[in-house]
Design a protein around this ligand. Structure first.
Ligand code: UDP
Length: 151
């Protein structure tokens, strides 16, 4: 079982895609265990994107993520990290596979709608950065056995 941090970034919020993105993750069988809607401040943006500091797109990326509220969530499921990134599609929307969120709703790498953790290590770091432990609510879902094969 894995957990992953998902951000619905400012462009997706502004474009009314919160529901569409949640729908796709929920329909896939992933389980939402934490969510908050917030305005990202400079410090959180810089910590979250620290790995990109110094790259040509870094300043613009920090401006983008702080430009308007985001929806931050933790999703859980077997192989959740790979599954969510697959549902999002490649970083560059023009390289994202048809049927993925970035293919279906985006054109530019700098406005690619979502963020999702890319490894178990970054998932753990990012979940701890965005959520306090008591803000995570694992729960039993009646359909878990049908989705996760635990029967
Ligand atoms: N990004 C950008 N220009 C680039 C590469 C990345 O604006 O040339 C932005 C884009 O929003 C991307 C984020 O930086 O989602 C983080 O980049 P990463 O390579 O980690 O992609 P992701 O994991 O989000 O697919």
């Amino acid at each position: 079982m894995e957990r992953t941090l998902v951000l619905i970034k400012p462009d997706a919020v502004q474009r009314g895609l919160i529901g569409e993105i949640i729908l796709r993750l929920e329909r896939r069988g992933l389980k939402l265990i934490a969510a908050k809607f917030l305005q990202v401040n400079q410090e959180l943006a810089e910590t979250h994107y620290a790995v990109h500091k110094g790259k040509p797109f870094y300043e613009g990326l920090v401006r983008y993520i702080t430009s308007s509220p985001v929806m931050a969530m933790v999703w859980e499921g077997p192989n959740a990290i790979a599954a969510v990134r697959q549902t999002m599609g490649a970083t560059r929307p023009t390289e994202a596979a048809p049927g993925t969120i970035r293919h279906d709703f985006a054109l530019e790498v700098g406005r690619n709608l979502t963020h999702a953790s890319d490894s178990p290590e970054t998932a753990a770091q990012e979940i701890a950065l965005w959520f306090k432990p008591e803000e995570l609510y694992p729960w039993d879902r009646a359909t878990d056995a049908w989705i996760m094969g635990q029967n």
